[in-house]
Design a protein around this ligand. Structure first.
Ligand code: GLY
Ligand code: MN
Ligand code: MN
Length: 439
């Protein structure tokens, strides 16, 4: 399953349609980032840039220019020229011809000529669409181009007089996934589910957290994928640290391990969390808390229904989590008062989900006109309630302390109800214990 040039073109068509006449959109890919002397982080294209172009090389900028009628547009790709010496050292480049022949640019130009060429493109345009606030270095370049274009026109009025936030259009497009995008996310989810299954089968007391992370990475890597975010593998109390990424402690007999890890496939992300016992058997306390989180998660997933408010899954999850904390004697008071004064945040301090797509915390506004929006067909959201009893929380009986649990799945809103992309990894207590007993 691959996106084709026709898919990228259809996206450019939709963008151009919304830009109006005499407009130009400018979009750059991500910068290359140095890790430490002479060693780069592996390059990963900017999601919105790739969404429009399918072009994964660094040092690239795309422009879309609409004509006076607003019906036609020209797509230009600025990219690196072919260079035998550089290609021997650093790998293949599409070059100017490749940008036209393989990436279907109407025009292509060397990235080194961007500063000159863009001034020509700004002439006689009314509106400029740019992604302001994403990259300060590129924002400064855009400002510089406008200043220069103004000077050249000597106030003649033939440079854009209006600057619009390009992301307003692109983010809304990306928020609504096509059938093909959902298929790609399904593949990312299946591979990520396989990785979690392997981790459940591989874990042993005294194993290091990083060794368990290696089991996940093996599955991602053998499927040609990379993690879509830094993997969290936290044993015992480390499961209470929401963004724990050190993953360098031994996993202890009797503890749970929380894994929040997933991969991206063709730049489409998955995002899965599972929590399971290191020795394969939940203790009574672990079981009780886990079941509360699972009940909350299942009910929250069921709330991903077209027309429901974005926050409905969170509302549902909080009700069940708080009732569970009351039933177990971890909190005292009434359901209503604990929710009204937010005191449950002692144990559940994050939201229940976020948009998911090419970015793990994907683009797309959560509110429209100041109100939470409603789910629409093709929106993908995570559902990830949890409970975290801090190891030093003396307000709670000792037996609960240091237990951190989160369960996270990826869900598509569809006309026929919630579609769970990540269902291929078990999550009920019985299913987890049965899987782990076989290994
Ligand atoms: N893995 C990042 C998150 O769950 O939001
Ligand atoms: Mn998430
Ligand atoms: Mn996650």
């Amino acid at each position: 399953m691959n996106l084709t040039q026709a898919d990228f073109q259809e996206r450019r068509d939709r963008l151009a349609e919304q830009m109006g006449p005499n407009s130009i959109a400018i979009i750059a890919t991500s910068p290359e980032v140095m890790r430490n002397r002479d060693a780069d982080y592996k390059f990963r294209a900017d999601s919105s840039f790739f969404y429009l172009t399918g072009f994964a090389e660094p040092e690239a900028v795309a422009t879309i220019e609409t004509d006076e009628s607003g019906e036609e547009y020209v797509y230009t790709l600025f990219c690196r020229e072919r260079d035998r010496e550089m290609e021997i050292w650093n790998g293949y480049r599409a070059g100017i011809d490749g940008a036209v022949d393989d990436y279907e640019a109407d025009e292509a130009c060397a990235i080194d000529l961007l500063d000159e060429e863009i001034l020509e493109k700004l002439k006689n345009k009314q509106k400029l669409y740019a992604r302001l606030g994403q990259r300060t270095d590129f924002d400064a370049r855009i400002t510089g181009w406008i200043q220069k274009a103004e000077q050249q026109s000597r106030g003649g009025g033939d440079v854009p007089s209006e600057i619009q936030q390009l992301d307003r259009i692109l983010d809304e497009m990306r928020l609504h996934k096509s059938t093909k995008e959902i298929q790609l996310m399904q593949i990312a989810s299946d591979i990520s589910a396989e990785a979690h299954t392997r981790a459940m089968q591989a874990v042993q007391p005294n194993m290091m957290e990083y060794a368990l992370e290696a089991e996940l990475n093996y599955v991602f890597g053998k499927n040609g994928c990379v993690p879509s975010y830094n993997s969290i593998v936290g044993g015992g109390r480390n499961g209470c640290i929401l963004h724990y990424v050190e993953n360098n402690q031994p996993l202890k007999d009797g503890d749970l391990v929380l894994i929040d890890a997933a991969c991206e496939y063709q730049l489409y992300a998955s995002d899965i969390t599972r929590t399971f016992p290191v020795n394969g058997k939940f203790s009574p306390e672990q079981k009780a808390l886990y079941q509360v989180v699972l009940d909350a998660q299942i009910a929250a997933i069921d709330a991903i229904r077209i027309g429901n408010n974005y926050k409905e899954p969170h509302r549902v999850a909080v009700q069940i989590l708080v009732q569970g904390l009351l039933d177990l004697g971890i909190m005292q008071g009434t359901l209503e008062s604990i929710i009204a004064d937010d005191s449950y945040r002692q144990f559940y301090m994050h939201g229940t989900g976020h948009w998911l797509g090419m970015d793990v915390h994907d683009v797309g506004s959560y509110k429209l006109d100041g109100e939470y929006r409603t789910y629409e067909e093709g929106m993908v959201v995570t559902v990830e309630p949890g409970l975290y009893i801090a190891p030093d929380d003396e307000s709670v009986d000792e037996k609960w302390r240091g237990i951190g649990i989160r369960i996270e799945d990826d869900v598509v809103a569809t006309a026929s109800g919630p579609l769970v992309l990540t269902k291929n990894v078990v999550k009920s207590i019985d299913d987890i214990e049965a899987l782990m007993a076989q290994s």
